[in-house]
Design a protein around this ligand. Structure first.
Ligand code: PMP
Length: 454
């Protein structure tokens, strides 16, 4: 059921929640006062999702450094959420902080390139393998622009997405396969009167036959995919899936957009670099500028040429792509510092070594508690999945999602000094994360799981 999850009773979930909630409220007077003081923010928060965390009142963070947080009441946390990947390389990496300070004195937003621009282009091309790049401000925007560019380049109207995927607040991607097997707008989507299924096709991840069928009429401009689905627990690609996806998209003239916003956790070149994918369009945001709002999208030679031809053919005026702050000197400085000095081979070696320990330690905790859950992994990204065997698609992932249980676990970890991502059980290892922090995560999880499983 909703509260239970396999292996856990609702009574134990409720008890864990109640105990954690009392401790949270009882030891955080400043946090509670801050919530009351924020009277002129909608729901008391700067972005309304912030009330959807597991906490009874929002946690207010006074300071974030490396992989440690301090809240308004002075409680410290080992941070494994890391801004849901925006701070994959730790909070405020020193080279980024220095670059930002220096750039702030030379200008933040000019709507013109800075001397860092050419270097950033070279760094992106060398790292991710595609020759032509653009800068956006969020991964959401990069995906939106890239999808439009793909439509312009191909002259086709439709896109293909995988059921259960998330690519940011990209309106037309919010479709799903309903319980009756029919596609529909996501039921939670508010303020969306359009039937998004008119131009968006949706198929299960790992289902190449469904991809073939969806692309058969050659009206699909672009297939957008995360290499590993990381937004509905974690769904790994089955052997041959990416090869098949590439072959089918190519055969039908559909551009393949690989969104590496989360799978940048895999290695310096993302999953694409580690596993030799060949996307036509590549998107990565969040951590790519060390926590500064920036995202990048890259194109193959051919995709760029076709997009270029489409732009030259249009009447004068705005293309509808790009925003004023995109490509700013601020972003370029942060991108350059991150790519040159932060997201290094050494950094990834450390992250992956810690993630090895997280995977092994958490797996052992689950096994010794006898819970039918498992740990999935994508480089420095580790996920506890509430199902006994690896998931293969979004439908299975939905079936392994227990919001009340997950919120109780998250709050119980939080009052033990460990922060993991909200909405599902994702944990990241950063270059700034220490081995002691990983051991504390494992021990806190052991304690919480013991209370749940008895
Ligand atoms: N792509 C993927 C795969 C994501 O997970 C997300 C955010 N979780 C985005 C794009 C959008 O990122 P942002 O919210 O920074 O625009």
């Amino acid at each position: 059921s909703f509260a239970e999850g396999p292996g856990v009773s609702p009574a134990r979930t409720a008890a864990l929640r109640a105990e954690a909630e009392a401790l949270y409220l009882g030891t955080r007077p400043n946090t509670r006062a801050a919530a009351e003081a924020a009277a002129h923010l909608l729901d008391g928060v700067p972005m309304h999702w912030m009330v959807d965390w597991s906490t009874p009142v929002p946690l207010v963070i006074r300071e974030a450094q490396g992989a440690r947080l301090v809240d308004a009441d002075g409680h410290g946390y080992d941070d494994f959420c890391l801004g849901d990947t925006a701070s994959l390389f730790g909070h405020g990496p020193a080279p980024v902080a220095e670059a930002l300070i220096a750039q702030a004195r030379r200008g933040l937003a000019t709507m013109l390139p800075s001397p860092d621009a050419a270097a950033v282009g070279d760094l992106l091309a060398a790292r991710f393998g595609l020759p032509f790049w653009q800068i956006a401000t969020t991964a959401t925007d990069a995906n939106r622009f890239a999808l439009r560019a793909a439509r312009a380049a191909t002259g086709r109207p439709r896109i293909l997405v995988f059921d259960g995927a998330y690519h940011g607040a990209v309106d037309e991607v919010f479709v799903e396969i309903g319980p009756d097997g029919r596609v529909r707008n996501r039921p939670a989507l508010i303020g969306e009167p359009r039937d998004l299924t008119v131009l968006t096709r949706v198929v299960p991840f790992n289902d190449l036959d469904a991809v073939e069928t969806a692309l058969a009429d050659n009206t699909v401009a672009c297939a957008i995919a995360e290499p590993v689905m990381t937004n509905c627990a974690m769904v790994l690609p089955q052997p041959g899936f990416h090869e098949g996806l590439r072959e089918i998209t190519r055969r039908h003239g559909t551009l393949l957009l690989i969104d590496e916003t989360h799978t940048l956790s895999t290695g310096p070149g993302g999953y694409t670099g580690a596993f030799g994918l060949h996307p036509d369009i590549f998107v990565v945001g969040k951590a790519i500028a060390g926590g500064v709002p920036a995202a990048v999208w890259g194109m193959s030679e051919e995709a760029a040429a076709r997009f270029g031809a489409a732009r030259r053919n249009r009447p004068d005026g705005h293309s509808g792509l790009g925003t004023t702050l995109s490509g700013s000197p601020l972003q370029l400085a942060a991108l350059r510092a991150t790519l040159e000095k932060v997201a290094t081979e050494d950094a990834y070696a450390h992250m992956n070594r810690l993630a090895d320990r997280m995977e092994a330690g958490l797996s052992q905790v689950l096994a010794s508690a006898g819970l039918p859950w498992h740990v999935a992994r994508c480089g420095a990204r580790v996920e506890v999945v509430r199902a006994p065997a690896p998931l293969t698609d979004g439908r299975q992932a939905k079936g392994a999602h227990y919001p009340a249980l997950e919120a109780a676990i998250h709050l119980a970890l939080l009052v033990r000094g460990v922060l993991i991502s909200p909405f599902h059980d994702m944990m990241l290892a950063s270059p700034a994360t220490g081995e002691d922090q990983v051991e504390r995560l494992i021990e806190a999880t052991r304690d919480v799981v013991r209370r749940l499983a008895g």
